[in-house]
Design a protein around this ligand. Structure first.
Ligand code: CO
Ligand code: CO
Length: 454
């Protein structure tokens, strides 16, 4: 039966609600009018600066887990507050260009850093012919921008590496690690290890872990016999190893911050997920193995922005900077099925997102992009579920139990990346380019276009 009266009534009610919403942005819990915010946010034009934040392995489930635990199911993280959000595909390719549905950080990083997809394990080189491809950081330098590369992993790990090096395999991190990159060695006429290439690139700000790689001795060429750290000093770098050192660096000379031998220690600890689950646990928001002298990712992000901005002011440059900031151990703790470690790193990354957004609030000519390189394992499952593999029950900050499952690989093995699309969120000039469903390689074009780089 046709009932027009009822239907018209509903439309009229909706119209009244819409009019009201235009005045008061938030009408009720869950009712939020995005229209004006989106309209204001969609603008083209040249960006002076770009801050790109990569949560390694930070798929939708990792974001949701951190949100539920820290600010609550109806709370919002800083990374949830971008006006424009889309999704992108992350797949890698085989040597013949056919899709490899699950990427690693090297191939995915090569995708966003160069616009060219490659094989898993490759650092900014082509899939078949293994030829170097120009990166966003190299283009930024050529176009007069200051550049920074910040991570909580080793600086020579895949995500920071894709911007400032080209290597056949991601394992070729220091001069003693070149087994899988015979053509890249200096002896063979190549550019050397990832560590050597990063300092040779004279990136203005390099901050992360991985001191052990930079302590290795260069085996050939101009710096033979020196450690990579000594090579960096010869190239003008100020080398710092802790929070006080970072605080004391002066702008005008490049900075190499090495805050751990390996990965920078994680912020939070707890029980790892186990077969059959764990007792309900609260995460410990500290780590006895993390020295108090270790800067947080937000500390590093804040200092990097300050140094890059100061350099361009000293040069009286109209161009700003390009800065990449990676929260690396979201991925590493997901591999280890350690929910507290993972959530703590996501929360730490989110504080770095706030630093970037606070800067952009004062400098609206800054494009800020927050995304991931690929999805990962952790899934929030019902409390009554008895999933295979590893799981853990957490008690969230809002006092509720939450069960998280890790089952992308057999217990005891490293949990795996997934092939899912991931979130990409942005604000500032050209940010609208992230809307809809794009490909990871489109992020290269977005940033190149925003900075008008040739
Ligand atoms: Co990754
Ligand atoms: Co990983």
């Amino acid at each position: 039966m046709h009932r027009p009266t009822r239907r018209h009534l509903t439309i009229a009610t909706a119209l009244v609600a819409a009019t009201t919403a235009a005045v008061a942005v938030t009408t009720a819990a869950g009712a939020f009018d995005n229209a004006q915010q989106a309209k204001d946010a969609i603008k083209g034009g040249k960006a002076k600066n770009v801050i790109l934040l990569i949560g390694d392995g930070m798929g939708d489930s990792e974001i949701t887990l951190a949100r539920d635990y820290t600010v609550g199911a109806n709370g919002r993280l800083n990374m949830d507050k971008f006006p424009l959000t889309g999704a992108y595909t992350t797949y890698a390719v085989h040597a013949d260009g056919t899709p490899d549905y699950v990427t690693d950080s090297a191939a995915s990083g090569t995708g966003w850093a160069t616009g060219v997809k490659t094989v898993n394990g490759r650092i900014s080189k082509t899939p078949g012919t293994d030829k170097p491809v120009k990166t966003l950081l190299e283009l930024a330098q050529k176009n007069g921008y200051a550049t920074g590369d910040v991570t909580t992993a080793e600086l020579t790990d895949a995500t920071p590496a894709v911007l400032a090096s080209h290597a056949t395999d991601r394992s070729c991190q220091g001069p003693a690690d070149m087994a899988k990159c015979p053509a890249d060695t200096i002896a063979a006429g190549g550019p050397g290890s990832i560590a050597e290439q990063e300092v040779n690139h004279k990136v203005d700000v390099l901050i992360g872990g991985g001191k052990q790689r930079f302590d290795q001795k260069v085996t050939d060429g101009k710096y033979k016999g020196l450690t990579v750290t000594e090579q960096a000093k010869k190239l003008g770098y100020q080398v710092v190893t802790d929070k006080a050192g970072l605080k004391g660096v002066k702008s005008g000379k490049p900075v190499l911050g090495l805050f751990a031998n390996g990965n920078v220690p994680v912020e939070w600890t707890g029980k790892a997920a186990a077969v059959g689950g764990t007792d309900a646990q609260r995460c410990v928001t500290s780590n006895p193995n993390r020295p108090s002298t270790t800067p947080s990712l937000a500390d590093s992000a804040s200092k990097a922005i300050q140094l890059l901005e100061a350099k361009q002011k000293q040069k009286h440059s109209k161009q700003g900077f390009f800065l990449q900031i990676e929260g690396a151990s979201i991925d590493k703790q997901d591999h280890a099925a350690d929910p507290c470690g993972q959530i703590g790193e996501t929360a730490a990354f989110d504080r770095a997102v706030k630093i970037a957004r606070d800067y952009a609030a004062k400098h609206p000519d800054t494009l800020v992009v927050t995304t991931a390189d690929h999805g990962h394992t952790s899934q929030i499952v019902p409390l009554e579920a008895t999933p295979p593999g590893l799981s853990s029950t957490l008690v969230t900050n809002e006092g509720q139990q939450l069960k998280v499952n890790y089952s992308t690989n057999t217990p005891g093995q490293s949990q795996e990346h997934t092939g899912t699309q991931v979130r990409i969120a942005a604000q500032g000039p050209e940010a609208y380019r992230v809307l809809g469903l794009t490909n990871q390689t489109d992020l290269f074009t977005t940033i190149r276009q925003a900075l008008r780089m040739r």
